[in-house]
Ligand binder design. Structure first.
Ligand SMILES: Nc1ncnc2c1ncn2[C@@H]1O[C@H](COP(=O)(O)OP(=O)(O)O)[C@@H](O)[C@H]1O
Ligand SMILES: [Mg+2]
Length: 265
């Protein structure tokens, strides 16, 4: 396991409330692992706790990265070990050129331009068109989002935590995401994909279902999505996607059985 959470509980900063409780799961190296759950289920808080933000300290449990206990480490140390987080609400970084921006987090300061070109290609932006542009209002939300992701990739982390990568995108093409994720995977980076959208989660190999601050199941993603759909009452969607996808050929009987179990629970 690249990342492992053991009985992790994250309270609010004032410690008055618990946001997520007793979370345990592992993320396999080289995989795309989705954390799926509705708004407010605690996904972002868990992401911040994994990244080590001091306002999201664990009150219980441990986090391991490459087998090393990182529970007591801060953000900078975790980043140095190879963990990065792409924010749901990105900081504004207006005024820098794309090349400069991409270069900020590069570990290897040789061949900066080549690395920037590679990173832009990975997120399906034409390097010639973008590398000398400035990050300002002339870029669309989608372009900014891609540039941010390119900057994350340019840091060459081992684990990329993507918090709702589609948020703020007016037009999101699933095939495009799939294509980008597969390219990131080829670069031997592991992705922890946080989303409330079941369709985006479909690119994942494994998943964890977060529901009201609890991790209900960790399994192959299709299995996790089936539980998510059962909880959210998305039977039609479930049958349409989980039936057709050759990766996941659940029989109709099995889907009905899981929905039935959920009704009775
Ligand atoms: N810093 C905080 N202080 C108090 N409550 C918080 C804080 N951060 C998150 N919460 C609460 O924890 C719950 C989970 O939030 P969040 O992690 O953002 O969920 P998600 O990303 O799944 O939508 C929400 O009820 C939210 O209001
Ligand atoms: Mg969130």
């Amino acid at each position: 396991m690249l990342l492992e959470l053991k009985n992790v509980t994250v309270p609010t900063f004032d410690r008055e409330h618990i946001i997520v409780e007793d979370i345990s799961f592992g993320v396999k190296e080289g995989s795309i692992h989705a954390i799926i759950g509705p708004n407010g289920s605690g996904k972002s808080s868990l992401a911040y706790a994994i990244m080590g933000l001091h306002t999201y300290q664990l009150s219980q449990g441990k986090i391991f990265f490459e087998g090393k206990n990182i529970t007591e480490l801060g953000v900078t140390e975790r980043a140095q070990l190879g963990i990065t987080l792409a924010w749901q609400e990105p900081a504004r970084i207006d005024g820098l050129s794309v090349l400069k921006y991409l270069s900020l987090g590069m570990k290897d300061k040789a061949n900066i331009k080549e690395q920037a070109i590679d990173a832009l290609k990975t997120v399906n932006l034409d390097p010639e068109k973008y590398i000398n542009r400035y990050i300002d209002e002339s870029l669309s939300g989608g372009e900014r989002k891609r540039i941010e992701l390119a900057a994350t990739i340019a840091m060459r982390p081992k684990l990329i935590i993507l918090d709702e990568p589609d948020s703020g995108l007016d037009m999101i093409v699933i095939e495009d995401f799939l294509n980008i994720f597969n390219k990131i995977r080829k670069l031997k980076m592991t992705i922890l994909l946080i989303t409330h959208r079941e369709d985006i989660g479909m690119v994942a190999d494994y998943g964890t279902l977060l529901w009201q601050g609890k991790a209900l199941i960790t399994d192959e993603f299709a299995e996790v999505m089936l539980r998510f759909c059962a909880k959210a009452g998305l039977k039609e969607f479930c049958k349409r996607t989980l039936f057709q996808n050759e990766k996941t050929c659940f029989g109709e009987d099995y889907i009905d059985k899981i929905f039935e179990e959920e009704r009775n629970s």
